[in-house]
Write a protein that binds this ligand. Structure first.
Ligand code: PEP
Length: 247
């Protein structure tokens, strides 16, 4: 099963549901529909209406983050995994580089993963090196540490998906070479197998994925799908990514 996950970031108002309607109607006619899953992570403001509208459809709705506590607390503006689950969210991103840059630490991320799983949300855990780390050949050690400091064997690996998103690639139009990405994905899988003993969670690639470059990633068999930012705000681009992947 492949995953096409659209991260809307700070985008969307109620009428943006038209984008999902178009993706859903494409998917329901697509001969390849049983080979992949579509997840969209709109902002918190749209979670409930979108989740309700697509409750019995094949598009799943998730959040872009969650707070590192279980249910309710006195933290102003915080949204817990319980609250996301209760409005119909099925997935949550955790550890997106935007949130790491705003102060999410490994110990906060570990609590986020723990409470998200406790509330039966599937976790899309984001990791990735920045440009300086890449230039200093630190990619493998950075990824290893991001994984080892947060994920644990007792977490259910079937409810965790790891998204490898090199920070230098997010929103820049730059993508890793096929060779580098293949090596990095194999490295991530190795680290995950060590953590989870034998089996690894699924691994996605994210960073400037579009309808043209998606074919390059198709060659890398270790990649189980994509986390798509900018291009997921257009139904046409998002649909073309899926179409071109299976072409
Ligand atoms: C992201 O922010 O998760 C992302 C992958 O963005 P983009 O596709 O725009 O690079």
């Amino acid at each position: 099963m492949k995953y096409f996950i659209g991260n809307w970031k700070m985008f969307g108002i109620p009428s943006s549901i038209n984008i999902l309607n178009k993706i859903n109607s494409f998917r329901s006619r697509d001969i390849n529909r049983n080979k992949y899953r579509v997840v969209i992570t709109p902002p918190y403001t749209l979670l409930e209406t979108f989740a309700k509208k697509f409750k019995n459809k094949k598009i799943m709705i998730g959040s872009q983050n969650c707070y590192q506590k279980n249910q309710f607390s006195s933290n102003t503006a915080a949204i817990s995994p319980y609250m996301i689950k209760k409005v119909g969210g099925k997935y949550t991103l955790i550890g997106h580089s935007d949130n790491r840059a705003e102060g999410d630490t490994n110990s906060m991320l570990k609590d986020k993963v723990k409470f998200a799983l406790k509330n039966n949300l599937k976790v899309i855990f984001c990791i990735g090196e920045n440009k300086l780390q890449k230039n200093n050949n630190k990619t493998f050690s950075v990824l290893k540490s991001q994984l080892n400091k947060v994920l644990e064997k007792r977490f259910n690996k079937n409810n965790i998906i790891v998204a490898y998103e090199p920070i230098w690639s997010i929103g820049t139009g730059k993508i890793p070479s096929q060779k580098d990405l293949s090596k990095t994905t194999i490295h991530i899988k190795k680290v995950l197998k060590k953590i989870f003993k034998k089996n690894s969670p699924l691994i996605l690639y994210g960073g400037s994925v579009d309808e043209n470059n998606v074919k390059v990633f198709k060659q890398i068999k270790e990649i189980d799908g994509f986390l798509i930012g900018g291009a997921s705000k257009s139904s046409k681009k998002f649909i073309d990514i899926i179409k071109n992947y299976y072409r």
